[in-house]
Design a protein around this ligand. Structure first.
Ligand code: BTN
Length: 251
């Protein structure tokens, strides 16, 4: 394990192999570590995705988690997922044309309309007080998973030259995350929501929202003040979607 400090930025702890960087963040948080710090797993053997799914981390892909502590209420703290999505979008734009990068609600970074990254935010009560938050980020740098149901892509697909190594990509990500965190802190969530909306995939388009127990059809109108998705149903009513998966045509 190597801990590397970059002046002014949270340290990055590089782990040669780990089950899941989010699981490791949880273990550390529950043992009283408050961060802020990044965990980078060069090999992740049991990556976790949203909604109980597994997340496959192919060789050369990025698997990282940002661990920090906050006194914000849980719903507000969860808005960090939009900060993370914007940071990934900036990171991607450092390696492929920015015009190919978009964000699908709630926090799926897309490349050419296909999923290239996933973000999983987990939290709990910190022994230090307040909440610990683990922002897990996986990015397909070198390879995409083989999943016929959920087509995905990678940075390598869009480059003639080799994709960045995870230890290089994390540097870009840490810097971008720091910049968007500062926007969140200094200007509040509306500024983050505006930036997210400017990169949003599918707004104004018909979509299917799969929630825990129901599936809704409608048009994705945009973000509500707290980050919920405003879905205009066919009967004209607006439903606020706070958790679930949305699908537009192919993605
Ligand atoms: C998703 O389902 O889209 C979210 C995937 C999140 C994957 C990342 S990889 C790094 C971190 N560690 C995990 O176990 N999961 C997240």
């Amino acid at each position: 394990m190597v801990t590397r400090d970059v002046t002014g930025l949270p340290p990055v702890v590089v782990l040669d192999e780990i089950d899941s960087t989010n699981a490791e963040a949880r273990r550390r948080a529950e043992a009283g570590e408050g961060g802020p710090l990044w965990l980078l797993g060069l090999r992740q053997t049991a990556g976790r995705g949203r909604r109980g799914r597994a997340w496959e981390t192919g060789e050369g892909n990025l698997a990282a988690t940002f661990l920090f502590r906050t006194d914000k209420p849980p719903a507000e703290a969860a808005q960090v997922s939009f900060v993370a999505a914007l940071a990934v979008a900036d990171m991607l734009a450092g390696y492929v044309p920015a015009s190919l990068v978009s964000l699908k609600w709630p926090n799926d970074p897309l490349l050419g309309g296909l999923k290239v990254s996933g973000i999983l935010v987990e939290s709990g009560a910190s022994p230090l007080g307040g909440l610990w938050i683990a922002v897990g980020i996986g990015v397909n740098l070198a390879r995409k998973p083989i999943d016929a149901e959920r087509p995905a892509t990678s940075i390598a697909t869009y480059r003639d030259s080799p994709p960045p190594h995870p230890t290089e990509a994390i540097e870009t990500l840490v810097g971008a995350f720091e910049r968007w965190s500062r926007v969140w802190t200094s200007l509040g969530f509306p500024a983050v929501a505006d930036a997210w909306t400017a990169r949003a995939h599918g707004l104004g388009e018909p979509c299917t929202a799969r929630l825990g127990t129901e599936t809704l059809e409608g048009v994705a109108e945009g973000l509500d003040g707290d980050g919920a998705l405003r879905l205009r149903l066919d009967d004209g009513r607006v439903r606020r979607i706070t958790a679930g998966d949305v699908f537009f045509g192919g993605a």
